[in-house]
Design a binder for this molecule. Structure first.
Ligand code: ACM
Length: 262
């Protein structure tokens, strides 16, 4: 399975320009799965809900339709973060999109900082979707801090976790090694670069360094800290079906659910 992550710096509010950048970067990229950053069509720092409502789109909206065309050109599926409008509610979501349209949508459960004032918290749990026969789960950015996110996806059968991110804290890239190892899954964490300061005194510097980790905790690929990059790898996703860490230890079956409540 050929996988890729498209690390770049979306320009705030320039949805058509951002989609064009994605189309261009993916034009010569045969890939079974491409992961894009969180809120990759709009940018991150909305000044208020009015601005967010103007830029948000339903999952069947024109941006996701255009991304479906990108998936068709790549010959695979895409995971892309976007602001999802449902009547007057907006979720910080990521869609799994194929040439045939939307396969599924995940709505960010653990909202970060000012996101709490703008978005509704996700209300659909951690679903596992199938793309090209492979079970795929999605996390969005700050979800990484809660081990329950990746664990829920692993318990749901995900082999690959697509992590759409706009990271600003410096810890996630290292923590992903543990998240992958403790669940024996692949994690593809696609982060953005650049900075946004659309509100005086509230500056976000995005940390880049998109990272792919295998089920044994080994780093498969890393992106640069502050430049756009297409990061690719070839993986055998079936390796995530083997949950053994020793011949006598299994990361799912050895859980002592009689001794704790997670
Ligand atoms: C984040 O969750 N975007 C830091």
């Amino acid at each position: 399975m050929n996988v890729a992550m498209l690390q770049f710096a979306p320009v705030f509010g320039e949805v058509q320009e951002n989609l064009r950048a994605i189309e261009e970067a993916c034009a010569d990229l045969p890939a079974d799965l491409v992961v894009l950053p969180e809120l990759c069509t709009t940018g991150y720092q909305f000044r208020d809900r009015k601005e967010l409502l103007e830029l948000a789109e339903p999952a069947g909206g024109p941006s996701i339709q255009r991304l479906s065309g990108v998936a068709a050109a790549c010959g695979g599926h895409l995971v892309a973060g976007f602001a999802e409008k449902e009547s007057d509610l907006v979720f910080n979501s990521a869609a799994l999109v194929g040439p045939e349209g939307v396969v599924g949508v995940y709505r960010k459960i653990h909202l970060f900082s000012e996101e709490k004032r703008l978005f509704e918290p996700g209300n659909r749990g951690f679903p596992v979707f199938r793309a090209g026969g492979i079970p795929i789960g999605i996390m969005i950015c700050f979800d990484w801090l809660f081990p329950e996110s990746a664990r829920s996806l692993a318990l749901g059968g995900a082999w690959v976790i697509a992590h759409a991110a706009n990271l600003v804290l410096p810890f996630c890239q290292d923590a992903l090694i543990t998240r992958a190892l403790e669940n024996r899954v692949f994690i593809m964490s696609c982060n953005r670069t650049g900075r946004e300061e659309r509100i005086a005194g509230k500056k976000y510097e995005f940390t880049g360094r998109s990272r792919m980790v295998g089920p044994d905790g080994k780093i498969l690929a890393d992106g640069p800290p502050d430049a756009p990059a297409v990061i690719t790898a070839e993986i055998d996703p079936r390796r995530a079906d083997d949950k053994k860490v020793t011949s006598l230890n299994h990361v799912i079956r050895d859980r002592r659910t009689d001794q704790y409540r997670l």
